[in-house]
Design a protein around this ligand. Sequence first.
Ligand code: APR
Length: 312
Amino acid sequence: MTRTRKKIAVIGAGNVGATCAFVLAQKKLGDIVLLDIYEGFAKGKALDMSQNGQVLNYDGNLTGTSNYEDIADSDVVVVTSGFPRQPGMTREDLIAKNASIVKQVGEGIKRHAPDSIIIMVTNPLDLMTYHMQKITGFPAHRVCGQAGVLDSARMTHFVAKAVGCSEEDVQAMVLGGHGDTMVPLPRFTTAGGIAITNLLTDDEIDAICQRTASGGGEIVKLLERGSAFYAPGSAAAIMAEAVLHDRKRLIPASAYLTGQYGLQDVYIGVPVILGANGIERIIELELSDGELSSLQTSGNFYKSQLTDILGY
Ligand code: APR
C-alpha cells in the first residue's frame, strides 16, 4: 500500500529535538519518529507528546526509538543529536564530540532514509552540515542547516522591542555562519515594510546586531546548563514544513556554496528558496563591500576549520 502520510524523523530527543517534534505534531505535518541513543528517553517523550494529542488537537502519531530501521523512508530528517554548549564554550568547542555523533547518525540516515532531506541543527552548525553531506553523500541540495531562521528570529525580536511594534511586522535577515562571525544585515531588515534605518539610530542598530550575534551565548549564560531550544527547535520545524508542503520559503539557511558570494566548498548561511527538493535556489544579493567582506570572513573561517579540525 502506498504511504500517503508524510514521515519525519527527529534524531536526538533532547531539548531541541523534543521541541521540534512538539511543534511538528501541532502543525499536523505527518508521522513523527523520535530517535535517541537512549531508547526509553525517546519512547517516554513520544508517549507523553502522544497523550497530549487530544488536549492540543493533533493525532498522536509519535513514536520513540533507538533503532534506525524505524526511520525507514522518512521524507525529512531533522538532526539535533549532540552536545549543547555550556557557559564559556563557543559552538566550535563542540566539534570533536559532535562530529563523531554526526558520523554515526549520517550512516543510519544513508542506510534507512536514503531519499530524505536532512535539516541539521547540531552545532557547530555549518561544519556539522558539511560533515553530514560528506558522510551521506547526498546531493548538497538535500542537506541543509538551520541557523538563519533562528538568528533572524532573534534579530526580529530585538528590532520589534526597539521599534515598539509586533514581531509579526518585522522581517530580519541574518547571513553567515552560526557563530561569532554571523552577519546581521540591517539594510535588508524591515518593520512594516520600512527599512529599520528609517526607524532606529545607528547606535540602536549596532546594539541589535551585536546582541543578535551573541544571542545564543546570552541564553547559555542564563541557563547555566545547556543551550537554547524553544526557538531552535521551532525554527527546524518551520524548515521541515517548508519542505513537506513545498512552500518555497525564502529564508536564510546554511547551504553548500559553489562560488556564490565568492565562496566555494563550504556550508554557510545565505538566502535560499526551500521547498520539496530542499535547497532549490540560492539567492545572490548585491551586498555592499563591507557586507560581502563580513560574509567572506565568516565563510573562510569555517573553511579553515573544515580543513584544520575535520581534515577535509
Ligand atoms: N544518536 C542519537 N542521539 C544521540 C546521540 C547519538 N549518537 N548522541 C547523543 N544523542 C542525544 C542525547 O542522548 C540527547 O538526548 O542527543 C540529545 C541531545 O539533547 P540535549 O543534550 O538536550 O541537547 P540540545 O539542547 O537538544 O542540543 C542539541 O542542537 O542546538 C544544538 O548546540 C546544540 O549541538 C546541540 C544540539
